[in-house]
Write a protein that binds this ligand. Structure first.
Ligand code: SOE
Length: 393
């Protein structure tokens, strides 16, 4: 679909698995529901295997393919590079794309190490001087109920924040017979539940409160240390085969934190919470009110207004589907809820809007680096078995 009145934004996407499919859907959908200032075009999809990337491009709606991501960066018909590959490739790809003058959207976590994230944030800062922008994809910020929660906090409806309680609960490897995957390999994924899903609750709690985590005290655990290798090596980036493989990342992370405004926080990220599929649960208690969110009921936000008379006060169940709620006006009539994929669509809307205005989209690579520092502090605290580990500013 082309809009002659709007300048095109020609996109090159690297990776076509889970995240590649989610981003493709978002690029296709955003201009159909939102009045975007630029016209995104699904120009090229890159993947290593020619047959698989061709099939994926047909299915996901991309006009052409490359089997070498560096070729994608050399193309003159690409304005923005969207990186949907495992974490071990983010730094190299993003830094090269920015050097080639392409805007970058990079999946979370920004990188596998603080050093890589620092190099990426520095590259983004250099690029910004010539109007080239970089953003990290913490998509859950764009769930309307989450964005609305942040708005309530910013409007002072919670008062001073005292407690932040955050959990990200999954169960997809609770069974010891679940096979190895790249997400369980440190050299590919950087860390386990911590970086994959803990990164989301670090970002979300900082986004909702408008504050930063200043220090942590953490424990990590790997419950199942060996897993069967999958028959096909495709999902492991070449590391498949017979027998068992070693899990080199954490299965679960639990940590305490403090926020800049003085709030105390607890965090739990696990892939062993049997029965919990994608339960991102956040509760915030302030001096004037409280709020609670669970992604498994993602169109709802619970809000307690502490100024109401005690006799009738109580948590109010707000169905966040009114046109006044963030992003919702572009979609369906009230009560016709949104899903997982809409967060990605809203991410594209915000990115394209910022690019057209010549502004820095958020979260920036500097924000992604700060999350990486929190993850790193969690690992150092857990390794040291110490009490408290400050996070450098
Ligand atoms: C797998 O644990 C995963 O897909 C994460 O990588 C995503 O970031 C999360 O949103 C859902 O779970």
């Amino acid at each position: 679909m082309t809009h002659p009145a709007r300048p095109p934004l020609r996109v090159g996407l690297i990776g076509h698995a889970f995240m590649g499919a989610a981003h493709s859907h978002a690029w296709r959908t955003a201009p159909r529901f939102f009045d975007l200032p630029l016209d995104p075009q699904l120009t090229v999809l890159a993947g290593r295997d020619a047959a698989r990337v061709t099939e994926a491009a047909d299915r996901l709606g991309w006009s052409s393919t490359e089997t070498d991501w560096q070729r994608l960066l050399e193309r003159d018909d690409v304005d923005l590079v969207d990186i949907c590959t495992p974490g071990d490739t983010h730094a190299e790809m993003a830094i090269a794309a920015l050097a080639a003058g392409k805007h970058v959207l990079c999946e979370k976590p920004l990188a596998n190490t603080v050093a890589e994230a620092e190099a990426m944030a520095a590259a983004a800062e250099r690029a910004a001087a010539s109007g080239v922008r970089a953003m990290v994809g913490f998509t859950y910020r764009r769930v309307p109920a989450v964005a609305f929660a942040a708005r309530l906090v910013a409007d002072g409806r919670l008062g001073e924040i005292r407690h932040v309680r955050a959990q990200y609960l999954q169960d997809w490897i609770a069974d010891p017979a679940a096979p190895m995957s790249w997400r369980l390999q440190r050299e590919k994924a950087g860390s386990g539940a911590l970086g994959d899903i803990g990164a989301h609750i670090v970002d979300l709690t900082q986004f909702i409160t408008g504050q930063r985590i200043t220090g942590v005290s953490a424990v990590l655990e790997t419950f199942v240390r060996k897993r069967p290798l999958p028959a096909s090596s495709g999902k492991l980036g070449g590391v498949g085969g017979e027998g068992m493989g070693e899990v080199t990342v954490d299965d679960a992370a639990v940590f305490l934190g403090r926020f800049t405004g003085g709030a105390l926080a607890t965090f739990e990220a696990t892939r062993f919470a049997l029965g919990r599929k994608n339960a991102i649960r956040i509760e915030v208690n302030g001096s004037a009110g409280s709020l609670a969110f669970d992604f498994e009921d993602m169109n709802v936000l619970h809000f307690y207004d502490g100024s109401e008379p005690a006799a009738t006060a109580g948590f109010r169940r707000i169905v966040v589907t009114e046109p006044e709620h963030p992003y919702v006006g572009a979609w369906w009539p009230a009560g016709h809820g949104l899903g997982y994929e809409h967060g990605f669509t809203h991410q594209i809307v915000d990115l394209v809007t910022a690019l057209a205005a010549g502004e820095q989209p958020t979260p920036s690579f500097a924000d992604g680096l700060q999350v990486q520092r929190v993850l790193d502090a969690v690992e150092r605290s857990a390794a040291a078995r110490s009490t408290w580990t400050d996070i450098p500013t």
